[in-house]
Design a protein around this ligand. Structure first.
Ligand code: NAP
Length: 298
C-alpha cells in the first residue's frame, strides 16, 4: 500500500486509512468477531492507519481494538492510531473544555490499551472554543506523552486558521466529509488551505451518495441514475468496480486526500486498494462531476 508522509511531520500514513466506526456492529459477539477480522484484514492488506473516536459504538469500537492490541502487542509499533473527541452525548453538545478533552483522551487510551495516540483530532468544531485554551490543552496532552500529533475534523478554513494561529504545533490533518454528494470542500477553501498549510485532508464516508445515501441526501432518483450510468461506463473502461472509481476520483485531487475505508467486509477492504492503481484521467474526473451536477461546467 502506498504510504505518504504528513508534510511538516516525521510520520507517514497508508494512503487508505481504515475507519473503525463500524467494527463493533450491534455489539453482538458475531459482529465483534467480524470487526476483529476486518482489522486484521486491513493490517495484512497494508493499512497502517486506524481511525477511531471516543463515541464510536459508545466506546465499544475502541475497546474491541484494545483487545487486539492486548493479544498482539507488537501490532502497536507498526500502526498510527488516531482518535477524536469533542462531541458530548445526551444532550449532544460540542465541548472543547480542557477537562472534557483530557478525560476523553484518558478514556480512549484505557479502552485502546495503549499509552499514547499518534494523532488526536477535535471531532467537530465547538462554536464556543477559545483557541488559546485549546492550544494549552494540546500542549498539556503532548507534554504528558499521551498525544504525539494533533489535527481537526469538520473544521472550516477560518476555524483551522484561528486554532493554528494559537498553536506552535502544526495541525496535520482536517478530516472532513468528501464524497460524490458532498463536494463543498472543492470550492469552500478547505482543500486549498490543506495544500497551502501542508495539511492532509482525510475523507470520511467516501462512498456516501453511491453505495448508501450520504448525510442530508439531496440527490433525486434522476441524479442517482446519471451518476450510476457514468460510473458503469467508466468501470468498463477501467476494468474495475464503480465504487473503486469514486475512491480514484478523490485520490486524483492534488491535495492528497486520504479516504477512510469503513467496510467491515474483508473482500471490500482489500478491493479498495485497486483505486490506487487506476490511472484516472482528468477528463473522466470532470465527466463524473458533470454527471453529479446534471449540467455542464459553466
Ligand atoms: P464508507 O467506506 O464510505 O462506508 C462503509 C459502509 O458502506 C459500510 O457499511 C459498508 O458495508 C458499506 N459498503 C461499502 N462498499 C459497499 C458496496 N460496494 N456495496 C454496498 N455497501 C457497501 O465509510 P464510513 O464507514 O461511512 O466512514 C469511514 C470512516 O470515517 C469511519 O469508520 C470513521 O472512522 C470516519 N468518520 C468520521 C466522521 C467525522 O465526523 N470525522 C464521520 C463519519 C465517519 P460493509 O461493512 O457490509 O462492507
Amino acid at each position: 500500500m502506498q504510504q505518504i508522509k504528513f508534510p511538516s511531520s516525521n510520520i507517514s500514513t497508508s494512503r487508505l486509512i481504515y475507519g473503525c466506526m463500524r467494527i463493533a456492529g450491534d455489539n453482538s459477539s458475531h459482529d465483534k468477531t467480524k470487526g476483529k477480522r476486518a482489522i486484521k484484514t486491513a493490517f495484512d492488506a497494508g493499512y497502517t492507519h486506524f481511525d477511531h473516536a471516543d463515541i464510536y459504538g459508545d466506546g465499544e469500537c475502541e475497546s474491541l481494538f484494545g483487545e487486539i492490541l492486548k493479544e498482539s502487542p507488537n501490532f502497536r509499533d507498526n500502526i498510527i492510531l488516531t482518535s477524536k473527541a469533542g462531541i458530548r452525548r445526551e444532550p449532544q453538545r460540542y465541548d472543547f473544555s480542557a477537562d472534557y478533552l483530557v478525560s476523553s483522551v484518558d478514556g480512549s487510551l484505557k479502552r485502546l490499551n495503549t499509552d499514547y495516540l499518534d494523532m488526536f483530532l477535535l471531532h467537530r468544531p465547538d462554536y464556543l472554543f477559545n483557541a488559546e485554551d485549546v492550544a494549552e490543552t494540546f500542549m498539556q496532552l503532548k507534554a504528558s506523552g499521551k498525544v504525539k500529533h494533533f489535527g481537526v475534523s469538520n473544521f472550516s478554513p477560518s476555524q483551522v486558521s484561528l486554532l493554528q494561529s494559537a498553536l506552535n504545533e502544526p495541525l496535520l490533518v482536517n478530516q472532513i466529509e468528501i464524497n460524490i454528494h458532498n463536494i463543498s470542500s472543492l470550492s469552500d477553501g478547505t482543500l486549498d488551505q490543506c495544500q497551502q498549510f501542508g495539511m492532509t485532508p482525510i475523507a470520511w464516508c467516501p462512498l456516501g451518495g453511491v453505495v448508501y445515501p450520504a448525510w442530508g441526501n439531496t440527490f433525486s432518483t434522476a441524479d442517482e441514475q446519471r451518476i450510476e450510468s457514468e460510473l458503469a461506463q467508466q468501470a468498463q473502461k477501467y476494468n474495475c468496480l464503480p465504487w473503486q472509481l469514486i475512491l480514484a476520483w478523490l485520490l486524483k485531487h492534488p491535495a492528497n486526500i486520504c479516504p477512510i475505508i469503513g467496510s467491515t467486509t474483508p473482500e471490500r477492504i482489500i478491493a479498495a486498494k485497486k483505486s490506487l492503481e487506476l490511472n484516472y484521467s482528468h477528463e473522466d474526473w470532470y465527466q463524473l462531476l458533470e454527471a453529479r451536477n446534471g449540467q455542464p461546467q459553466p
